[in-house]
Design a protein around this ligand. Sequence first.
Ligand SMILES: [Zn+2]
Length: 99
Amino acid sequence: MNLEGLIREREYDKPVNCSKCGGKLKYLGVGEYECTECGNKELDDYGKVRNFLEEHPGANVLQTEKGTGVSKAVINDLIVDGKLEISSKARFLRGDGEE
Ligand SMILES: [Zn+2]
């Protein structure tokens, strides 16, 4: 078992610098970051998935993957880690694997 690989898998896509001005980002919580220079808001994978599910309640894993560009593996990690609170969790998980 490769511990380094396991750790890397658990790391989500966290923005470090502002995509507009390159300024430093301050973490606001729940996957949201704000640029300290221009106030631009950035989202990490968790923030993207969270926002998507707020707008599309009941979306399954595949729909979420398509809608956010975040991979199924990361979405599943977020669920396993308890970062995503999904009212219809069972249904959401069942959607995984449907083509
Ligand atoms: Zn900025």
